[in-house]
Design a protein around this ligand. Sequence first.
Ligand code: CA
Length: 525
Amino acid sequence: MASRTPLYIKMHEADNVAIVANEGGLDAGTRFADGLTLVDRVPQGHKLALTDLAAGAAVRRYNVVIGRMVKAVPAGSWIHERLLEMPEARSLEGLPIATAQREPLPPLEGHSFEGYRNADGSVGTRNILAITQTVQCVSGVVDFAVERIKRELLPKYPNVDDVVALEHGYGCGVAIDAPDAVVPIRTLRNITLNPNFGNEVMVVSLGCEKLQPERLLPPGTFAIAPEQAKGEGVGADVVCLQDGAHVGFMSMIDSILRTAEQHLKRLDARRRETVPASALVVGVQCGGSDAFSGVTANPAVGFCTDLLVRAGATVMFSETTEVRDGIAQLTARAASPEIADAMIREMAWYDAYLKRGSADRSANTTPGNKKGGLSNIVEKAMGSIVKSGSAPISGVLSPGEKLSDRGIRAGLVYAATPASDFICGTLQLAAGMNLHVFTTGRGTPYGLAECPVIKVATRSELARRWHDLMDINAGRIADGEATIAEVGWEMFRLMLDVASGRKKTWAEQWQLHNQLVLFNPAPVT
Ligand code: CA
């Protein structure tokens, strides 16, 4: 806070707790303007009781019961996670189905960006050569080759932004016929088809692995001229390291470089064109959340989500364990009963998946979340869901599916993923994301090589300390220096600049690239 006036933020009229806004927290004895006096010292972002709370009393934030008091405390007390008993997860029976129908949001016209049009109708925000790998065994060789491609070939093709090895831990030593193996396999296939890779598909395979190239990319998954497809029965260009023609390591490297150069030539011939903002496919997620996530950054993202949906773009929100506690709000917001059923299907699948591992949604919250004032997953979920704005939910994807698998061309989409930052980002890439928005309160340097990541700080203190890592400071909302709408518009304009290549995000500037992490719910062998 610019001033030292003690301030708390209450999210809803009916709430009986609020959070302390002041940097550094507030001491016991601090008196707010309304006369409420703190009984305990309360850290920034942590909750205080606005009234006396009896043992067993329902504690409300966002007008939702986030827990019940394990003992009585007076008004002005610090309400931390040890004082709260978490409610049971909402049953998936008897949910409101598509009951919150509202007027469609008014269209937002006249916004465009400069992007790369692809043959399949998608639009890239970057022009990247991606090298797909069928199995982890080849990754050292591909890394070596990528180093040389960047040094020797890339300077000759200045319109290509980067060369990226799609490294992962899958491909062999796995129960590849298990029903759930469909998730990692389609994820890898669909990442290969991400709009930022220009529909150029190049695969490096070992030869003896379980995930054979023809299983990963069967003919017909991708429109490629037959003369470009060298691999037998594969819809892509494949370099196989165990091929008898390779004598020695350098022969493998030469083969990868030769193949890569063909793709680089075609990518280099592409130019950015003016395309409508509707070509954006934005994945939103949060990581390293604190109690401000749901007050500043996520509501600003929600406002921006509405702008994007109004402009005809596609916005995906995800993170199943973080929306599970808001399922009744989401099924009510579904555009149709079928969409609501699909939401319930994804929640039920995840409930069963967690149960197999003797866990539940409460396994989500981290020590950092709690230190940041988030007592439990119910509270975290309410702050997370606001990223989805107010539009009807018009599509649902299972993990690893891409938008076109479900015929989705626009609107607000629930792409089911775990909340894990790297797995969520990986699955959103597979869905067809060409721009990523990531909010953080505790701070994370998260970035992806495959797609620009715009990072949004929930607090000004973080934005100041991490001035060369955070792209937007939503903490100004809590400081009273900007409104949610102002930060939402700033985000929208920054997205168009970043998508056009006019601006780089900090993660791009420093080349901060997290690994792809495939979601594999199937057994390994
Ligand atoms: Ca996350």
